[in-house]
Design a protein around this ligand. Structure first.
Ligand code: FAD
Length: 423
């Protein structure tokens, strides 16, 4: 490294999850030798939010939730500012503000992920400080695990029917809890599944003893004299629980970005190189809105692989720019599609692509004894291509026909998108 390189402010990466780590890896792989300052609001190594439910449910150890070792990360030579949340990004002056001081940057990657939102949860009457169980961080997972390991906790209410809610529900079942799921939509899996698939998944949940309260919401919660949480549902039903978990969606962590300084829709709008509206600020992962390939719109595709690819893209592009070159076209991301896989104690759900129905799209359902597959085809002229699917299987054995079918259908959607006329 030359003295000139050392003296430059270098790159700031805000957030040390998969998007941040992959930006760091890509910077070094592309030959960038200058300083990289990583700002993390935690004091622990980067973890995988995917694995938090398995930790809470007793299927994985704490250590298994960390995809990278300290040694592997040290080899990338970052200057990590731990327990150092960024409180302000001054885009004009190229400054990152933290409780430990201000840090200048030449290029910045925002990779701060998202936080569980409790929109619509009324709280517990008279308990201002009450926090429902949520799931994203290792602290959240520890809190959920502690609650589920408490033998006094017998009945759990899971509010929400998203993938995160269902993963929480599985952790509860693993601990032998009596679980009720309440969701405002008529079916579980929210916008990820069409009714034909969701219904089979619901049958799987019911067979495992889960009680479903669909098309319902929590109207009121109060603490009963027994210490239990007495929940009144919107239809007037009342039931008691020992714990409540809320999974009502995620909110991108962008409070430190001042209004009007970067283009924000639901998250930071980025181009194919992950550049935001400011040429020196990039964004990657759950905090970025890149191109969703089927709609062609800028959307958050909140999955691990997308966060990793976006981080890599940002790191490669920045390394090129700091070397005085154009970012290589080969590192640009055309976009991504949503994919989901979840298994709740033997009932498997796999999906990819879109579930949005338009006049050009047809739904086909194929059902066998152990599997339902819902296909969404789009017609345009003589062309008919697969744009989405749901698969629900009553078994989730690794290497089974269901996993093979899911992988094959995902490839088929991707192949349809890579034809020259789809570019
Ligand atoms: C329970 C659960 C299950 C999931 N299951 C799957 C799955 O099966 N498959 C899949 O593909 N995806 C899954 N996901 C989604 C996947 O985990 C995310 O898409 C991915 O982790 C996003 O990575 P990221 O780097 O953008 O965010 P994160 O991994 O959240 O990393 C962001 C980091 O930035 C930190 N940060 C936030 N604000 C600041 C600040 N101001 N200053 C400094 N640091 C800050 C955060 O604490 C965090 O450490 C799941 C998510 C959850 C919660």
């Amino acid at each position: 490294m030359t003295q000139e390189t050392i003296d430059r402010p270098g790159v700031a990466i805000i957030g040390y999850g998969t998007a941040g780590v992959n930006a760091l890896i890509a910077l070094r792989m592309a030959g960038y030798e200058g300083p990289v300052h990583v700002f993390s609001d935690t004091g622990i190594l980067p973890y995988s939010p995917i694995l938090t439910s398995y930790y809470a449910g007793g299927e994985k150890s704490y250590e298994e939730c960390f995809p990278w070792t300290a040694e592997e990360l040290d080899e990338l030579r970052p200057t990590v500012h731990a327990d150092c949340p960024v409180t302000r990004l001054n885009v004009g002056e190229h400054l990152v503000t933290t409780p430990q001081g201000d840090f200048p940057y030449e290029k910045c990657v925002i990779a701060t992920g998202a936080t569980p939102a409790c929109w619509g949860f009324p709280g517990v009457e008279g308990e201002e400080d009450y926090q429902p169980l949520v799931l994203r961080s290792m602290d959240d997972a520890q809190r959920l695990k502690d609650a589920l390991e408490d033998s006094a906790c017998r009945r759990v209410l899971v509010s929400g029917a998203s993938m995160v809610a269902l993963k929480t529900l599985e952790a509860c079942l693993n601990h032998g809890k009596d679980v009720t799921l309440v969701g405002i939509n008529p079916h579980v899996l929210d916008f990820n599944a069409l009714p034909e698939a969701a219904e089979r998944f619901e049958r799987g949940l019911l067979a495992k003893g889960v009680k479903l309260r669909l098309s319902q919401s929590i109207a009121q919660v109060r603490r009963a004299a027994s210490g239990e949480l007495e929940v009144t549902f919107a239809n007037g039903d009342v039931d008691v629980f020992d714990a409540i978990s809320v999974s009502h969606g995620m909110k991108s962590n962008l409070d430190f970005v001042q209004q009007g300084t970067l283009e924000i829709d639901r998250a930071l709008v980025v181009d194919g190189f992950m550049r935001t509206s400011d040429p020196d600020v990039y964004a990657a992962g759950d905090v970025a809105q890149g191109t969703e390939l089927i709609s062609g719109e800028k959307r958050i595709v909140g999955i691990w692989k997308n966060a990793a690819l976006q981080g890599q893209c940002a790191g490669t592009a920045i390394a090129a720019e700091l070397a005085g070159k154009e970012p290589p076209a080969s590192c640009a991301l055309r976009g991504s599609i949503a994919t989901n896989t979840i298994a709740v104690r033997g009932t498997l759900f796999i999906s990819a692509g879109t579930m949005e129905l338009t006049p050009q799209r047809q739904v086909e359902v194929r059902e066998t004894d152990d599997m339902t597959v819902v296909y969404i085809f789009e017609e345009s002229g003589d062309e008919r291509r697969l744009v989405g699917f749901n698969l629900v299987s009553d078994t989730d054995e690794e290497g089974s026909r269901a996993y093979d079918t899911g992988a094959m259908l995902t490839l088929r959607i991707e192949a349809g998108l890579s034809r020259p006329d789809q570019l």
